[in-house]
Design a protein around this ligand. Structure first.
Ligand code: PLP
Length: 365
């Protein structure tokens, strides 16, 4: 089996595994005042320091959560109070569900936000803008510093879902000009179960779940120390590794896919080095995913619901991709992908495309 679905979850990094096991072995609750509790608190605060440093922030401004779904919801609650929420048309469901009444900021055919539309929306009053750093289906990067400059000029706040960009490119909250970042441990090679909201400055964060006053009252509940320790170790290791080294592997796959008749929505924009969106005209995404799975490759359709059903991609629809919105798969190389993996997939994709598009033309004829 060759795993090419890193944007769903990255394989666990060795440093993250070691840190998580050590935290599990150490035990203790960071809220306890005895020696075991103090040791646990050291693990927690050390992870907070390391993570904040990885993203150019201050430890006191980092709130641990269960993941990025929660971090996005917390950001919208904390920064959106008294403001109109504006979200990019290609945001993840975690953001869309947390702001169901938000105004939608359109994107162009490559998936980049429309700056003129943003300026017009911002002129309508105080706002919180939510834009992702990198799209989970296409890898397309928004120009976050440009969005931040527009937001600042209109007195708006900017929340950035940085889940897919974190660990794959340098991110510094100050340089981005963002007011907050949402992060997820399992998307950069840590265990699932920990994420974070990093604020650019100290500001009130009304907890979604109050509980015992943990995280300075910003998020109740005993923190999952093994997942948090693994998250920090994964982030540090991801930053040491140059994810740009994955780009030639992605390019190898894309060259083969184009020869096999694929289209690549978003390929004209700056993108993550590990992600490619391959649309095969006339062939349902689900059919492609199943065929590739049978051939030993784990990839995903653009938008897989938790039910396992494949919906049309709202990301590709927002980009005006038409029928291709139901015919695209996402290939996302994990941190440990090899040239042999990419070569095998390129051959597997070509074989799949030849077989399934022959079916398409036969049906059409
Ligand atoms: N935001 C983006 C862009 C994502 O890709 C995901 C996960 O797929 C999330 C948020 C949600 O992250 P988590 O699984 O940590 O809740």
């Amino acid at each position: 089996m060759i795993y090419l679905d890193a944007n769903a979850t990255e394989p666990l990094r060795p440093a993250a595994r070691a840190a998580a096991i050590a935290a599990m072995a150490a035990g203790g609750n960071p809220a306890s005042i005895h020696a075991a509790g103090r040791a646990a608190r050291r693990i927690l605060e050390d992870a907070r320091e390391r993570l904040a440093a990885c993203f150019g922030g201050r430890a006191g401004n980092l709130v641990f959560t269960s993941g990025a779904t929660e971090a996005n919801a917390l950001a919208i609650r904390a920064l959106g109070a008294g403001r109109r929420v504006i979200i990019g048309a290609t945001e993840h469901d975690a953001v869309r569900a947390a702001a169901p009444d938000a105004a939608i900021l359109p994107v162009d055919a490559e998936g980049r936000f429309d700056a003129a539309a943003l300026a017009a929306l911002l002129s309508e009053g105080p706002a919180l803008v939510c834009l992702m750093a990198a799209n989970n289906e296409t890898g397309v990067l928004h120009d976050i510093p440009a969005a931040a400059a527009l937001c600042r000029a209109h007195g708006a706040l900017l929340h950035v879902d940085a889940v897919q960009a974190a660990g794959r490119m340098r991110l510094d909250i100050g340089a981005l000009g963002a007011d907050s970042l949402a992060l997820s441990g399992h998307k950069l090679g840590g265990p699932a179960g920990a994420g974070a909201l990093l604020l650019a400055e100290d500001r009130p964060v009304p907890a979604l779940i109050a509980g015992g006053g943990q995280e300075r009252g910003r998020r109740g509940g005993t923190p999952p120390l093994p997942a948090i320790a693994g998250f920090a170790a994964a982030a540090a290791e991801a930053l040491e590794q140059d994810a740009a080294a994955l780009a030639p592997l992605r390019d190898m796959i894309e060259a083969a896919a184009i020869r096999a008749g694929a289209r690549m929505p978003g390929a004209g924009a700056p993108r993550l080095p590990n992600t490619t969106c391959l649309a095969l005209p006339g062939v349902r995404a689900e059919t492609q995913v199943i065929a590739l799975d049978l051939a030993g490759f784990c990839v995903s359709a653009g938008a897989a619901c938790s039910s396992g059903k494949v919906a049309r991609s709202h990301v590709l629809e927002a980009m005006g991709a038409g029928p291709l919105a139901g015919q695209a798969i996402r290939v996302s190389l994990p941190w440990n992908a090899t040239a042999a993996d990419a070569g095998a997939f390129a051959a597997g994709y070509a074989a799949m495309a030849a077989r399934l598009t022959a079916g398409v033309s036969a049906t059409a004829a």
